[in-house]
Design a protein around this ligand. Structure first.
Ligand code: SF4
Ligand code: SF4
Length: 81
């Protein structure tokens, strides 16, 4: 499953904060609104969601069910790191 940030254009004020803070330059501006210019660059680390002052960017999260003691890749994990 390939998840991408959702930009609610009706909320976007065009401040460009998300574009400037995106570490992979995945975002751009079009007609005064932010858009995902290079979706393949997005590593889904949510900085744009955090900086948007009007909550126009949303990253839906996927819940992965796993076995206690293993991560989603099946690797052993430890609470002590
Ligand atoms: S989630 Fe991160 S990499 Fe993806 S568009 Fe937002 S700031 Fe850029
Ligand atoms: S930070 Fe929010 S309001 Fe500003 S350009 Fe990006 S989506 Fe639009």
């Amino acid at each position: 499953m390939y998840l991408l940030p959702i930009i609610h254009l009706e909320l976007c004020t065009g401040c460009e904060c998300c574009v400037l803070c995106c570490p992979t330059q995945a975002l751009g501006m079009r007609d005064g609104k932010a858009f995902l210019m290079y979706p393949e660059r997005c590593d889904y680390e949510a900085r744009c969601e955090e900086v948007c002052p009007v909550g126009a960017i949303e990253l839906p999260y996927r819940i992965v069910l796993g076995t206690p003691g293993e991560d989603s890749q099946g690797e052993k994990t430890s609470a002590l790191g």
